[in-house]
Write a protein that binds this ligand. Sequence first.
Ligand code: URP
Ligand code: ZN
Ligand code: ZN
Length: 463
Amino acid sequence: MKILICGGTLCYSHATFKADLLVVDEKIVAIGDDLKKHHSFDELIDAHRLLVFPGGIDPHTHMDLPVMGTHSSDDFETGTISALHGGTTSIIDFANQEKGGTLNDALDIWKAKASGKAISDYGFHLTITDLNERTKKEIPAIFKSGITSFKTFTAYRGSLMIDDKMMGEIMREIKALGGLVTVHAEDADTIEDKIREYKNAGLLTPKYHALSHPISAEVKAASRVMDLAYQNESGLYIVHTSAGDTLKAIQKNFDRRQRVFVETCTQYLLLDDSVYDQPGFESAKYVMSPPIRSIDDCKDLWYALRAGLVHSVATDHCPFHYKGQKDAGDGDFTKIPNGAPGVENRMELIYSEGVDKGRITLEKFVEVTSTYAARIFGMKNKGALDIGKDADIVLFDPSALHTISSSSSKQNVDYNLYEGQTVTGKVITVLRRGKVVVRNGKADQMEKGTGQFIKRDKFNFSL
Ligand code: URP
Ligand code: ZN
Ligand code: ZN
């Protein structure tokens, strides 16, 4: 199948220019002026007045994640349908090792969740919760199979958290293979002390979830893990960075020339902590870790994006229905499953609030929503509109206005963090490896199970 995309403005992390683009089967094969003259094609897509982006990559999602006796409400089918409607053609989800279980067990479980269901392409970060002689031996083959980034936690004691000794060991094992360690950085002791304090005082509404996860907990854990990475000469990727003070701590590494990659998420850029002042239980919708911070933190994050200190914008998409899941914690915020939806809205929101409002350039938008994630996480066929790469392509109308609403959303969840927000810019058509999966905003050839596992390479930077 040959598809000619004609007359669009092609957007890269380094440049933007008008050109035609030819897709043959799954790949981009030609870019240039007036390709019609020299090439045959089966279908022509008119992209005049549209921007053409590389398919979005969300490097942080949790589909079908077991949490507190329930599961995140999007599975790999509904979650990737939502992602594709929003212009995200690849996700990297997390396979979590159960304490006492093997790494291969975790991967088997998550591969079974995704294969036969996913429609976007997908990879996995592997969460290590227990490194021992047995699990150490599993790592090289897992790495070879295309899982080259490994997740660690400094929080969630008893399930996901590991201690600093194990963190250092993981860094040494992964570095030897050329992989990347990622971290959820929040200090467990600080959080647990705060939770105890609020529970003893009978302060149990959702707002106290946010107050029990202070910025100081993020700074403390991030600083500790950066020191460990420095001591072990390891790269590090800090997920869902939420606060200006954390950015300041990261910046200090400039003095020791340390390479730390930084992710933030749409919600930390766009929302502020007034969401926790809503009446009743409503603010449970925003219970996530880390929580939403202040307006100044949003400003710091936008500044850091512009300045190149933040490298990617993810979502940490981990939805739970307000009615029937979040409400398990009505009366006790510690029982509210942590997480929120967002995979469908990331590209449009970052374009609208970032590019349209003049906070970031179009090139920066492409970099932080796609190109950098592909580079950092070794996805050599993704992340740019280059000849030879996968034809993951988004046609985007930069002037179309629309309003976000959970009633028209594809996400399988009964609310949207951005309900009622008007957005400038709309995903019109999406190709995933050369297949038109969204056409004029509507699902087209979305065949369940056609998403492919992304076999990833070593991480592509020198430290
Ligand atoms: O609250 C969150 N972020 N839930 C998802 C799991 C995680 O910590 O990333
Ligand atoms: Zn996390
Ligand atoms: Zn997460």
